[in-house]
Design a binder for this molecule. Structure first.
Ligand code: F6P
Length: 363
């Protein structure tokens, strides 16, 4: 089998904790085990669309000591530029051939993509219609790639949300208030559920479960009756209003979740004498210092991804299953979207801790 010589690596989609650790691990494995040349592609596929190409040949010098603990991605990323509908001079054009030409001109043998389901979908489609070979590493704070137990970045987001609840608890107690923390997660409630348990929330609202304002108020009044003057509520960004409406901000045709915390606060205060304040944690969950488990997961994924590339096992996604790293066809990472399911062990945990979870409580 002819050996591969050169690989590229790019980060695509929203950033998160652990991306730099993954790039570092890819470089070290590629260099030390296979003596491969490694090119870092800047800003997702944009680096291959731009002319001159926006790429950087990685060397030991690229990996300064602080990088492993640094949030974000030193290669940059991009969550907007779909190469099949790329906006150029006011027109949408298909730039996938440009990407294939760049891959060829760099003489790459494989592209390692560190991305979420959206990026995997796009890059798999490009690989299917060109000579580009790909291997994927799942990253997303949302932890919604169903085929892997954990994606890079999730634990850092949960940790950031837990720390926020810890801080909110003190001030909630000082002022006898209900503190509402709105967290990210897109259509999945994993961050809210995990951080809610870790941070001692009284109420966890996730998009997978319906709730009622009356149910929330009842829980808060119960807490008050027990002579505890304060409470903590964590709500996932995509939780709907009680009437089923989404709370979305539109900005230049882009839809962004945000604002459900304020809706919940207003409704509580309309129905009960409970003072509420809202904190929206936002991108702190993405930019926070990567926690140890994300650095470890990213490092293990990076090594495995390079081994797949070196052995020409392309179109595979590296995943964490049953306490170890393994690989699956990349399309499984795209198809298998995971929300919190009714049998999630953490729902039972939260319920058993007396946390209000909406209609799970009436099961
Ligand atoms: O998918 C990751 C994520 O952080 C979601 O949790 C969130 O809804 C979205 O990205 C925010 O995207 P942006 O960085 O474009 O605002």
């Amino acid at each position: 089998m002819k050996k591969i010589k050169k690989i590229g690596v790019l980060t695509s989609g929203g950033d998160c904790g652990g991306l730099n650790a993954a790039i570092r691990s890819i470089f070290f494995r590629a260099k030390k085990k296979y003596n491969l040349e490694v090119y870092g592609i800047k800003n997702g596929t944009l680096g291959l669309i731009k002319r001159p190409l926006d790429v950087e040949k990685l060397s030991y010098k690229s990996f300064k000591g602080f990088l492993i603990k640094q949030g974000g991605t030193f290669l940059g990323t991009n969550s907007k530029g779909n190469p099949f509908r790329f906006l150029q001079n006011g027109k949408y054009i298909d730039v996938t051939k440009k990407i294939a030409a760049a891959y060829k001109s760099l003489k790459l043998d494989c592209l390692i993509i560190i991305g979420g389901d959206g990026s995997m979908k796009i890059l798999k489609k490009i690989a299917d219609s060109t000579d580009i070979k790909i291997v994927g590493i799942p990253k997303t704070i949302d932890n919604d790639v169903g085929v892997t137990e954990y994606s890079v970045g999730f634990h850092t987001a949960v940790d950031a949300a837990t720390k926020a609840l810890d801080s909110l608890q003190s001030t909630a107690a000082s002022h006898s208030r209900a503190m509402i923390l709105e967290v990210m997660g897109r259509d999945a409630g994993h961050i809210a559920l995990n951080a809610g348990i870790a941070g001692g929330a009284d109420i966890i609202l996730i998009p997978e479960l319906n709730y009622s304002i009356d149910g929330i108020v009842k829980k808060l009044l119960e807490i008050k009756k027990n002579k505890i003057g304060h409470s903590l509520i964590i709500v996932a960004e995509s939780v709907k209003k009680e009437n089923g409406e989404n709370v979305i901000n539109n900005y230049k045709n882009q839809k962004r979740f945000g604002g459900i915390g304020h809706y919940i606060a207003t409704e509580i205060m309309r129905k009960a004498d409970i003072e509420c304040r809202v904190t929206s944690l936002g991108h702190i969950q993405r930019g926070a210092t990567p926690v140890a488990i994300d650095r470890i997961l990213a490092s293990a994924f990076g090594v495995f991804a390079v081994d797949l590339a070196a052995n020409k096992k392309f179109s595979r996604l590296v995943v964490w299953q049953d306490r170890k790293v393994t690989d699956v066809p990349i399309e499984m990472g795209i198809k298998d979207y995971r929300q919190v399911t009714k049998d999630d062990t953490l729902l039972k945990t939260a319920f058993s801790l007396g946390i209000y979870l909406g209609d799970y409580n009436s099961k």
